[in-house]
Design a protein around this ligand. Sequence first.
Ligand code: CIR
Length: 394
Amino acid sequence: MTPLWIRRLTAAVSAAFAVAAASLAAGAIAWLPASQFEFTVTANALSLYWTAALYGAVVLLLAGLFGAYRRRWVAAVAGVVAAAIAFVLAVVQQAGSLSGFQFTVEYLGYYFFVLAGLIVATPTLGILVHRWVLGLFRGQGGRVVLVRAPSSVLGEGIVTNIARTEVDIEKADEQWDAYVAAFTIAGWQTVEVESADRLPDGVFVEDAAVVISPGIALITRPGAPERRAETASVADRLRSLGLTLYDVEEPATLDGGDVLRVGDVFYVGRSSRTNAAGVRELRELVDDLGAGTVVAVPVAGALHLKSVATALPDGTVLVAPGTIDPTFFAGALVVPEAAGANLVILDESTVLLPASAPGTKALVEDLGYAVVTVDLSEFEKVEGSTTCLSIRLG
Ligand code: CIR
């Protein structure tokens, strides 16, 4: 895989020069009618404009390396700063010395469209190009799945809706190996998060992060305080893979198990783990990034939204019986077993289901999908299942 610094530098350079090119184009387009389509006049103007655009690009390149494209408002500020610096340097260059800098409305008018181009294109085109280039790199290694080996104290994991029963750790390790193997066989590259043996629920990595779009993830703030120590190591691993990360801020809480993405709709469970502020933060980020729409779903009597609803590759949502009203979703099927509502898509024609849902397996096969099953009994004892054991980076 290409080293992280090369991926970041390439994305920052590409975004900076795309914005600079757009601002030059804005200058040229504005000059053409102003010079009555006299191309030589426009060419003369461009010969001055390109240095301003270049100064702007250098500032944006540095800003990009410091994460300016992560938030639209930060990118907007970077665009204004780049325009201001480009303007000062371009005027200084014309004057021939730093002391020759003079602010005049005439100068400003002359450079207006290039500067406006930098300001408008940075939070729009800049963000798009930056994201697109990072996405190209991500495609290199194929589909990546993040997992963390079970802790030896898995049996002390939180139980909320079921009675506590003893967990067989050896069996859990074997089941986890089989779970990881299902991904490997389906062509996924598995990446392990640093082990966290003192965190009983650390194996349920899904709750620590939500992938918003290729290359972008939201690090959660789990609703259960004792699970908050799990997120830092997941964030470190995602960062090392080149993802741009956002954080859920206090007092918001959000568990990854509550976010179900179907196409460009993010269903988010308003559960005992995810509060209203968490839903709001997710909505703001998804809006801000133009990644889709957030639909909040009240969840009662279950741990997470995905404990009771996940989607097939065609978008049909499988819902656990007697839980959420299936009409909530555009297309939904109530499955025979509660555990059957929690599946992982391995590829467009294959899904992974827990062995505890044979009726759902038959139903899904009847819909034309291949079904891989793994016995996850030891994880089910602490309210985990298929999705929560991994973060699929797609
Ligand atoms: C908990 O209660 O937080 C863990 N024992 C189980 C978490 C399962 N996560 C998930 O379904 N996404």
